[in-house]
Write a protein that binds this ligand. Structure first.
Ligand code: GLN
Length: 312
């Protein structure tokens, strides 16, 4: 079934209205900046592979990318080293545990298992070919901009708030290093990882990130190829396995789309070959996924029958 633009706009508006009616969850507060972001913000954006954009709600508010940055650095590592090397050195398994779990590490000989948890993301940052900290950071920021838009920038305020409080991540970086699973200075890896989480993006940018994956690696807004075609399926597989942490299996069961969330309240889901749907709203459930973003994306995906496991 094909839908008119007006029908799709009505569906997206309806999803945002539904989202706004939900008052469950709470902002992340272990990062002081995130606790102060207005909780009522709520937006939904869809970008199709032809660049069409339909959105509703707070889609131009800049929020912290957080864990969704892990997708960009994983993709960049695959571009530099090949997907198989990323699987070998970092992994491609769900941890079944919180994104900052030390137990997930210690029960697997301090191997992170996936680039989409904090340990794996720091290992991924350390795995990139870079001469020093600033060049490591610049290549990551550039890649985020290529997957989204030139407007993506570091927020000094978010970054300061995170760097001042990231003691747990620093401990994880040292554990990785001790086991030979951090490939640069561990504090460099942790600092650059923390910066990559602290860029500000809009819901439209997030949908563009997903649409770049849906569109076989070419950003549909800029028309530029950012990721090689061969890396798209492993990226989407990692997102299916671990993109929503301990809820990833449930998300596959309920929605059937690869996705990635961040504690800033963003969530993007990819419909390969078609589009990406991004939701944003700060209140999170206990696992760390945006409650409203999950509701909105689930509603649209079910209405449009987008489940990748569906035979029809
Ligand atoms: N910067 C956050 C952290 O390291 C990102 C976590 C997340 O979004 N799940 O804890």
């Amino acid at each position: 079934m094909t839908y008119s633009k007006d029908q799709l706009q009505a569906l997206v508006d309806e999803a945002v209205t539904m989202g706004r009616q939900c008052h469950d969850g709470a902002n992340a507060d272990y990062i002081p900046f995130l606790a102060g972001v207005p909780s009522e913000l709520c937006g939904l954006s869809i970008v199709w592979c032809d660049g069409t954009l339909i959105h509703s709600g707070d889609c131009d508010y800049g929020f912290a990318l957080e864990s969704i940055s892990k997708v960009c650095s994983m993709a960049l590592a695959m571009e530099q080293k090949g997907a198989e090397m990323v699987r070998e050195k970092i992994g491609a398994e769900p941890t079944g545990l919180p994104f900052n779990s030390v137990m997930a590490l210690t029960t697997h000989q301090d191997k992170p298992l996936t680039p989409l948890v904090n340990a794996g993301a720091m290992a991924t940052v350390s795995f990139l070919d870079a001469a020093d900290k600033e060049s490591r950071w610049r290549m990551i920021l550039k890649f985020q901009q290529q997957m989204m838009s030139e407007r993506v920038t570091l927020s000094d305020e978010v970054n300061q708030s995170e760097q001042d409080t990231n003691f747990h991540n620093r401990a994880i970086a040292w554990l990785l290093y001790a086991a030979g699973n951090c490939f640069c200075d561990p504090m460099e890896a942790c600092e650059v990882y923390t910066r990559q989480c602290s860029t500000l993006v809009t819901c439209d940018d997030l949908a563009t990130l997903g649409a770049t994956l849906a569109n076989n690696g070419t950003n549909p807004i800029t028309g530029k190829q950012v990721i090689q075609s061969e890396n798209i399926t492993p990226i989407l597989a990692e997102m299916t396995m671990e993109g929503l942490y301990e809820f990833s299996g449930d998300w596959a069961f309920l929605v059937g789309l690869p996705g990635k969330s961040g504690v800033g309240g963003g969530l993007v889901s990819v419909v390969p070959g078609k589009m990406a749907i991004a939701g944003f709203s700060p209140p999170l459930d206990e696992v760390g996924n945006s409650v409203r973003a999950m509701r909105m994306i689930r509603h649209v995906a079910n209405q449009l029958n987008l489940n990748v496991y569906s035979p029809h």
